[in-house]
Write a protein that binds this ligand. Structure first.
Ligand SMILES: Nc1nc2c(ncn2[C@@H]2O[C@H](COP(=O)(O)OP(=O)(O)OP(=O)(O)O)[C@@H](O)[C@H]2O)c(=O)[nH]1
Ligand SMILES: [Mg+2]
Length: 389
């Protein structure tokens, strides 16, 4: 799962590692160059000395004045001193400083500078947007990664490990509001029965299917559930949830006909659960566009009447950034408590980060297919490991 997004993080890590390797290679080339310069200098100086010596010999042979000979001797000696001095004062010194540089760069710690990070971070940001992570969320993730890595001292051989760890920490921070992290059942234990959960979302996101899967998940944990057929708007919706109920052995409270007040049906389901000591009431609702005023008002009425313990927004992972905008609108209208992201099996996964970051609400479950078993509790750590593992 999330192969595409994972690749983006892997590309980011290897681009940083590669960059540092290139830098090291450049340094090493620089060292070679310095060595060459030094050698050339030495050759030149040796040649000069030799030439001076020859001049000296010629002068002796041609019997020039003693003074001139002395002067030339002096020049020769000066050249010799100069040469030795260069070797001692610069040659060795250069070697030593190079050694320490080499030591710093090649064998111990390196620092990822702003210059190293900026191009890689920018590329990662574009790649995240490409993987359905919202613009602002991508920016936030990159900012976190940048701040964690900038000027951090890292063992040269551990760049990929450290970068990977900081990516994960940054993603976990984005998901930190996940108060139910793998603890839905524990949370439920603290609630009065029946636990009332209503599911909202736009058309076709997977609400009814999610209700069926979630119901089955709880049956497997020996909990009892009743469904309320609160989608009285769409033709076939009552039939759809009734079929799920039949297959799963879950009671469905439904209206006689289409168009009945959804809040009334849901209210009946809650009363039924109370009377029969049922653990959970799951209320299905009609899919609605956030622009449809009547249906948005109906949703508010359902909330007033049912007084749900949990208002769940069902997001369709395939709709990417649209899901984020919708989550925001539904949250503004009724105050969403938690999110279930359906169709994660077919999506890039980025919208999970965007929704969590944008509405700061926990993602509690993910839909990962069309069969009853295809639901899993959302655990940030698992998700982050899948993404950047
Ligand atoms: N691949 C995949 N398909 C899913 C998942 N969840 C739901 N679906 C499919 O999405 C389609 C719509 O699902 P529904 O449950 O009817 O969606 P809804 O939100 O209730 O739709 P409306 O009632 O029309 O608003 C169906 O074909 C489901 O099988 C999932 O996790 N993965
Ligand atoms: Mg439905």
């Amino acid at each position: 799962m999330f192969g595409i997004l994972k690749n983006k993080f892997t590309t980011f890590i290897s681009s940083l590692t590669k960059k540092k390797e290139e830098k090291e290679e450049n340094k090493s080339q620089e060292t070679e160059k310095n060595k060459e310069i030094k050698e050339n200098k030495e050759i030149k100086e040796n040649k000069e000395i030799k030439e001076n010596k020859e001049i000296k010999r010629d002068i002796t042979v041609t019997n020039v004045t003693e003074k001139k000979t002395d002067a030339l001797k002096e020049i020769t000696e000066n050249q010799q001193i100069k040469k030795e001095g260069t070797n001692n004062a610069h040659g060795v010194k250069i070697d030593l400083s190079l050694m320490s540089k080499i030591k710093g760069i090649f064998t111990s710690k390196i620092k990822l500078t702003e210059g190293d990070l900026n191009p890689a971070i920018e590329e990662l940001r574009m790649n995240l947007i490409d993987s359905d992570v919202a613009y602002e969320t991508s920016g936030k993730i990159c900012e976190k990664i940048f701040n964690r890595l900038k000027d951090k001292e890292i063992n040269k051989n551990e760049i990929d490990k450290v970068v990977n760890k900081e990516i994960k920490n940054s993603l976990l921070e984005i998901l930190k509001d996940n108060w139910m992290e793998g603890r839905f059942i524990e949370w439920v234990k603290t609630m009065h029965k029946p636990v009332k959960i209503v599911f909202f979302g736009i058309n076709g996101t997977g609400k009814t299917t999610t209700i069926a899967k979630f119901g089955k998940f709880l049956l497997n944990k020996n909990k009892s559930v009743v469904f309320a057929a609160g989608d009285t708007f769409r033709a076939g919706a009552i039939e759809q949830i009734s079929v799920h109920g039949q297959r799963l052995g879950i009671k469905v409270i439904k209206p006689e006909k289409r168009g009945t007040d959804a809040a009334a049906i849901i209210y009946d389901a809650v009363e039924y659960a109370k009377a029969h000591f049922i653990d959970f009431v799951f209320a299905d609702t009609a899919g609605r566009m956030q622009t449809n005023k009547d249906l948005m008002n109906e949703m508010k009425k359902v909330v007033r009447v049912m007084k749900p313990d949990l208002k769940v927004f069902v997001a369709d992972a395939l709709t990417g950034n649209d899901a984020v905008e919708q989550a925001k609108e539904f949250n503004d209208a009724v105050g969403i408590d938690a999110v279930i992201v359906a169709k994660m099996d077919t999506a890039k996964g980025g919208c999970v980060l965007s929704i969590a970051h944008t509405i700061q609400k926990p993602i509690i479950f993910m839909g990962i297919g069309q069969s009853y078993e295809d639901i899993m509790e959302f655990e940030p750590k698992w998700f982050v490991d899948e993404m950047a593992g």
